[in-house]
Ligand binder design. Structure first.
Ligand code: ATP
Ligand code: MG
Length: 431
């Protein structure tokens, strides 16, 4: 019979004090003196300090323990002891040690350049910071799915290969589709809109692709986009929904992965204090606030990173900016008084910037055609979309949330690349 291997997370409990167990994992830290060796083992569920006394092993085995390299895969056996000096309150007194694979000298050590770490991303993803970041991400998504379900939304699976653009031509990735041009999806929105007529409330989580040519700390060329559309919901209704969703996501993470949040420097208690509804201000007022901060902006300009930072750096909760001028917004947003769009951006606090783009959708077919012409789009490419306004059109709203943007704020990450295992940016698509 195969011996039972325990997970580190399950043995960190008084129940295991004094018990003999076996663990499989990787060498995270190692140091030794003549008489004693310490190995910190990492198994994907936690880390555990293991102490090997030379008197417990024959000479050859003790040499093996002392010679083990970082990131080697090993099996250790021993007795679990509660110990206040150990990082998580427990340590193993080792009496068994088996090498599964002795690693070559690990190329990553302290103080390596960002370019080197990106070249070795496939190894660097084992780091504590990235491990914690990806766990917080998983918890955020778990929280979102539960909230959508509770609110009666169906998960949908829209296409990634598309024939037309949603967010404008300048950031479209073109591909060859059986010899003809096609595009990678920038947003699932238009397809989700078609699906509300069957399901009323829908959402999807898909990669979105944007050929972002400027180097910023918050743009990826491939990111995970959480989008929703709902029939019979107006701007106020969709804003309320977004408040509920974001709160549910961050509270779920605070409860599920408090340790990982702490590793990233975020106090989970701080997140639990964030409560809906979030503040709402109109674009006009936002422009005034930005100007008062001494940052230049004119009415009619879209917000850049520095504008959003000026607006949010002193806040501790997210804020909605509503009613941007219609002329700087997408063709599908509902027009109000011919001047504004019935839309909102949700901005993260602490200067992190936009996490949601959202609007009530235009249900007047003539206004949509007017906007498409304004943008120089071909009407015939959008005939299928215009059909939605011909067959049972209803008031409806929706939004897109960038998962990595939300995580960057929650995880206090300086750069968006640390929110995703293999960041795709202008000058890199490997490994
Ligand atoms: P920005 O002004 O920051 O470029 P946007 O107005 O282009 O954002 P939308 O088209 O409204 O963004 O997309 C919806 C959401 O998708 C954004 O609120 C953001 O969270 C996310 N998002 C957009 N572009 C990117 C990107 N290049 N990388 C990561 N997330 C993105
Ligand atoms: Mg953009």
């Amino acid at each position: 019979m195969e011996p039972k291997y325990y997970r580190i997370e399950e043995i960190l409990s008084p129940k295991f004090d004094g018990k003999q167990v076996k663990i499989r994992g990787w060498v995270y830290r190692q140091r030794n003196s003549k008489k004693i060796a310490f190995i910190v083992i990492r198994d994907g569920t936690g880390i555990l300090q293991c102490t090997a006394k030379s008197s417990n092993f024959d000479e050859k085995k003790f040499e093996e323990i002392c010679g083990i390299r970082y990131e080697s895969s090993i099996i250790v056996g021993g007795i679990i002891k509660s110990d206040d000096r150990a990082p998580n309150g427990y340590e193993m007194q080792m009496n068994e040690f088996i090498i599964i694979h002795q690693a070559e000298p690990f190329p990553i050590s302290k103080d390596q350049s960002e370019a080197f770490l990106l070249d070795h991303r496939h190894l660097w993803i084992r780091s504590q910071k990235l491990t914690s970041s990806f766990r917080v991400k998983a918890a955020l998504i778990e929280g979102a799915r539960a909230y959508f379900k509770e609110q009666g939304y169906w998960e949908m699976f829209p296409p990634i290969i598309t024939g037309s653009s949603c967010e404008g031509g300048s950031t479209l990735f073109e591909i060859k589709y059986f010899g003809k041009p096609a595009y990678l999806s920038q947003s699932a929105q238009l397809y989700l809109e078609t699906l509300i007529f069957a399901h009323k409330r829908v959402y999807s989580l898909t990669p979105s692709f944007r050929a972002e040519k400027s180097r910023t700390t918050r743009h990826l060329a491939e990111y995970w986009h959480l989008e929703a559309e709902a029939a019979f919901v107006d701007l106020d209704g969709i804003i309320k929904f977004e408040d509920g969703l974001v709160t549910a996501m961050i509270h779920h993470a605070a409860k599920e992965v408090p340790y990982d949040l702490q590793q990233l420097g975020r106090d989970p208690k701080e997140l639990l204090e964030i409560k809906a509804p979030f503040e709402r201000i109109r674009y006009d007022e936002a422009v005034e606030r930005i100007q008062k901060k001494g940052v230049e902006i004119e009415w009619g300009e879209d917000f850049g990173t520095h504008h959003e930072r000026a607006l949010t750096e002193d806040l501790s909760s997210p804020i909605h900016v509503t009613h941007f001028p219609r002329d700087i917004k997408a063709f599908y947003m509902k027009t109000l008084d011919g001047k504004y769009a019935e839309c909102n951006d949700l901005l993260a606090p602490e200067g992190y910037g936009e996490i949601i783009g959202s609007s009530q959708r235009e249900d007047d077919i003539d206004n949509i055609i007017f906007n498409l012409k304004r943008d120089g789009s071909k009407i015939e490419d959008y005939e299928w979309y215009l059909d939605l306004r011909r067959f049972g059109s209803v008031p409806h709203s929706g939004f897109g949330l960038g998962i990595e943007r939300l995580l960057r704020w929650i995880g206090k990450l300086d750069h968006i690349r640390d929110t995703i295992a293999y960041p795709r940016v202008m000058n890199r698509n490997t490994p």
